[in-house]
Design a protein around this ligand. Structure first.
Ligand SMILES: Cc1ncc(COP(=O)(O)O)c(C=O)c1O
Length: 395
């Protein structure tokens, strides 16, 4: 018996307050429903140029080559490591969470020798340790760190690491999957050579593309490779012939509807204004953190390193992680994240990214959590989350 068509797609309504994806702007969803163009249609090429230019503004680079790589954030990560590293090269990689570990794994798969500089989960990488690794290896080609570590909620300060990397004439690769559009990245000012992100976090589009920015120095390194990259799909030399220059050469069919989505999302970001957007992420995070603390919850990252896009909370003793998150989702329509890696079963992750970073979402998640925790026997104590958050909003 054939199975026949399944039912009409009617996804439930959710407010996405996890580690990503975050809510998608309705303008972006509308853009995705517009007609598909051919990959060499002059109108499509013009649209690609617009996307690349807006990406330059958001990454903070004037001369860098920008493009959205087909695939999610991990595709940008792999594109960077596969194009910049050759077998036998040495890379120094900061690992203080799940995504730093992914960088290490992918770099090793390129045949590189990786010197891992670790820090405890919940702490940033110490720039002195990066310098020690640069000193102990004869020639380091690349230093890589995660700017916003979504598994822990730690923001990695970049300035000092960038200065040291430059001093040793290595390339700096930065993972800005969770930071781009919510925290300044300032690629040129800081001196980043390769930066990648994802569409589904602070940019307000669905997952599916990885915006990437590459410095002139990194492009030179890619051009002067002695071996071809181990990847064909993510070969940036080939992709550049389609994304830049006079005559565009077909490489693979780009996901047009996702490029429309990114185009509209970037328009929204730039219309909002980058500074306004950063300020909104900051204020909403501070209100959320004040509310959680007032309810007697412990936050896992000290304020000095905390991300504004994501807050990690220690799950109180006696509270069942799965039961609470299921109630939040099924009874209140709110998704928050569980812990990843070392934090699995120990932490909740509340994301306030892009479209999801709003005052109303902060108040909604605090009041819902407060009710569920109280019903589960947790003593919220004297404080109310909503009251503490409102005080921040009123300042
Ligand atoms: C910091 C960081 N890097 C890389 C990735 C991988 O991105 P994706 O899951 O879109 O492939 C993520 C995803 O959450 C991330 O948060």
């Amino acid at each position: 018996m054939p199975n026949g068509p399944v039912g009409e797609l009617i996804p439930p309504r959710r407010v996405l307050l996890g580690p990503g994806p975050s809510d998608v702007n309705p303008r972006v969803l509308r853009a995705m429903a517009t007609p598909v163009l051919g990959y060499l249609d002059p109108d499509f090429i013009e649209l690609m140029d617009g996307v690349a230019n807006m990406l330059r503004d958001i990454f903070g680079t004037e001369n860098g080559f920008t493009l959205p790589v087909s695939g999610t954030g991990s595709a940008g990560m792999e594109a960077g490591l596969a194009n910049l590293l050759e077998p036998g090269d040495v890379a120094v990689i900061g690992e203080n969470g799940f995504f730093g570990a992914r960088l290490v794994e992918i770099a090793k798969r390129q045949g590189a020798t990786v010197d891992v500089v670790s820090a405890d989960w919940g702490k940033p990488i110490d720039p002195n340790e990066i310098e020690n690794a640069l000193k102990r290896n004869e020639k380091v080609k690349l230093v890589a760190v995660v700017h916003a570590e979504t598994s822990t909620g730690v923001l990695q300060p970049l300035e000092e690491i960038a200065a040291i990397t430059k001093q040793y004439n290595a390339l700096l690769l930065v993972d800005a999957v969770t930071s781009l559009g919510g925290t300044p990245v300032n690629m040129d000012k800081i001196g980043i050579d390769f930066c990648y992100s994802g569409t589904q976090k602070c940019l307000g589009a669905p997952p599916g593309l990885s915006p990437v920015a590459i410095s002139e120095k990194a492009l030179e390194v890619i051009e002067n490779r002695t071996t071809t990259p181990r990847t064909w799909y993510l070969d940036l030399g080939l992709l550049r012939k389609y994304w830049a220059g006079g005559t565009r050469v077909y490489h693979h069919t780009p996901p047009m509807s996702m490029i429309y989505a990114l185009r509209e999302a970037l328009r929204v970001v730039l219309e909002d204004g980058l500074e306004n957007r950063y300020a909104r992420h900051e204020k909403n995070a501070l209100a959320l953190r004040a509310g959680l603390r007032n309810m007697g919850l412990n936050l896992l990252v000290p304020d000095e390193y905390c991300l504004y896009q994501l807050t990690t909370i220690e799950i109180p003793e006696g509270i069942n992680d799965q039961t609470l998150r299921t109630s939040l989702r099924e009874d209140y329509g709110i998704e928050i994240g569980g812990g990843l890696g070392q934090f699995a079963g120990k932490a909740w992750r509340i994301g306030l990214m892009g479209e999801s970073s709003t005052q109303s979402n902060v108040l909604m998640v605090l009041s819902s959590l407060e009710k569920l925790l109280t019903n589960s026997g947790f003593e919220v104590g004297s404080g109310s989350g909503v009251k503490a958050a409102t005080e921040i909003f009123n300042t």
